[in-house]
Design a protein around this ligand. Structure first.
Ligand SMILES: [Zn+2]
Length: 461
């Protein structure tokens, strides 16, 4: 067993059969390629994403002057009411298969909401063969600081007045960009004609600026009603390529995901980068290992708090001087960049929606990872995913951010890596469907210990 004397990364594919023991005769051993298929149907969907459409939707959304969540008005072309109506009616026109509706809540005065109001998310659902759901979202509401020139600011300026609903807040980039990305993704996926396994849910959230209110109400409803949510792709401030410091970057975008290193949200982030590299190789996904930008938040957090996997997409270079001001206008959005970011979202959503669900790697007593008969192997067990024809087994040293090693195995529910210590590596399994589409990785992890694990074992004398 020469292989066991060498660090694993130096072992050529030829030697792999001596290292691995597949416990089932149908297990396949392959070279450590990325194993990704490129589906021409998904390529066609991505080609359909249109910068012109994105511009058309956003020009209309910014024409309402403000989309402040409480900017209720009788005027047909002002404020939040015609804005949400426009989003609803536009998505209704995309396809008969899309079920488009308002998701409304009566909200009592609280925090940044000074008076009772009915607040509505706009939701478009594309039913799949199964109940599991994948969300794509942005927030359509806006807010702007009181300008120093406004008499109401008392000459100070720069602050928010949460009782002022009518000052200009075009919100082209924050977050008109995420809203129109969500709309365009809904259009191309609904019009693709593919019957997806997962149900796709496209949401324009309300009252993000008042503290993730629309998203929190919907996440609570999801938990109450027992929705199975595989992933949330939240897009917020995603269309500007010229930073306020003058640095231009239209070739990368950021994906933020919450701790810990093997949270479901972080598996989602890794998956997005993998699909992005497959379908959009010239457009780099930069993974950021934190929940959101420093000290700031977004709607995915409302879902994370209830245990759902969710990430935030944001442009790489922000222009803070436009955000939350009357200067957040169409001129600050790069529509070709926004279209590429829409394609990255769409590639991930389409792949995950065609693929089988991720395997369940947990038994009644936690992750089904053991040391095998010898006591020194890594033995993985999992529940087969419906529709899967094979699995990708991945692992990495525990002190690393991304999967380093992989092997494809057949339609099995158990696999052994000889002489690989389960103490030193992290392991995961993804399910692969008949056409090569792959699920999220399910990682073998134990929940972190908490204060409730503290045992008092004696008394100081
Ligand atoms: Zn925002």
């Amino acid at each position: 067993m020469l292989g066991n004397l060498l660090p694993y990364r130096h072992i050529a594919p030829l030697m792999r059969t001596s290292l691995f023991t597949a416990v089932c005769a149908t297990a396949l051993l392959t070279a450590p390629t990325s194993g990704q298929v490129v589906d021409p149907r998904i390529e066609a969907i991505l080609q359909g994403v249109s910068a012109e459409h994105l511009h058309e939707y956003l020009a209309m959304l910014t024409s309402f002057e403000t989309r402040h969540s409480l900017s209720f008005s009788d005027r047909a072309n002002f404020g939040v009411l015609p804005a949400r109506q426009y989003i609803l009616e536009t998505m209704q026109r995309f396809s008969d298969r899309l079920q488009v509706e308002f998701d409304c809540y009566e909200v009592e005065p609280q925090g940044r909401i000074p008076e009772q109001a009915q607040l509505c998310n706009v939701v478009a659902t594309l039913p799949g063969r199964s109940e599991r759901r994948i969300f794509v979202s942005g927030h359509y509401d806006t807010v702007a600081r009181i300008e120093a020139s406004d008499p109401a600011s008392g000459g100070g300026g720069g602050g928010f007045d949460w009782s002022r609903y009518d000052n200009p807040a075009p919100g082209a980039n924050d977050d008109g960009s995420g809203t129109v990305l969500t709309m365009e993704a809904a259009r191309v996926l609904a019009q693709s004609g593919i019957e997806f396994d997962a149900t796709l849910v496209f949401v324009a959230f309300v009252a993000e600026e008042e503290g993730l209110v629309g998203a929190s109400l919907m996440a609570a409803r999801a938990e109450r009603e027992g929705w199975v949510i595989d992933a949330m792709f939240n897009n917020d401030i995603i269309g500007n390529s010229l930073g306020g410091n003058g640095i231009l970057d239209s070739r990368t975008l950021r994906v933020f995901s919450e701790d810990p290193m093997d949270s479901p949200s972080r598996q989602l982030a890794r998956f997005i980068r993998r699909q992005g590299a497959t379908y959009m190789p010239g457009h780099e996904v930069r993974l950021i290992a934190r929940e959101d930008r420093f000290g700031r938040g977004g709607d995915h957090t409302a879902f994370n708090r209830r245990g759902y996997a969710g990430v935030r997409f944001s442009e790489s270079r922000e222009n803070y001087s436009r955000q939350h001001t009357a200067q957040d206008t169409l001129g600050g959005v790069d529509f070709e960049y926004l279209a590429r970011n829409t394609r990255v979202n769409t590639a991930g959503v389409a792949t995950m929606a065609i693929a089988p669900p991720a395997p369940n790697v947990n038994g009644p007593r936690g992750p089904m990872l053991g040391r095998g008969e010898s006591g020194y192997h890594a033995e993985m067990r999992w529940q087969r995913s419906p529709g899967a024809t094979r699995y990708r087994v991945v692992w990495r040293e525990a002190w690393t951010p991304d999967w380093q090693h992989e092997v494809i195995v057949g339609d099995v529910d158990r696999f052994v890596l000889e002489n690989i210590s389960i103490d030193d590596y992290v392991f995961g399994i993804a399910a692969i469907g008949p056409d090569g589409h792959e699920s999220l990785v399910s990682a073998y992890v134990r929940p972190p210990r908490s204060r409730s694990d503290i045992r008092e074992v004696g008394q100081r004398r």
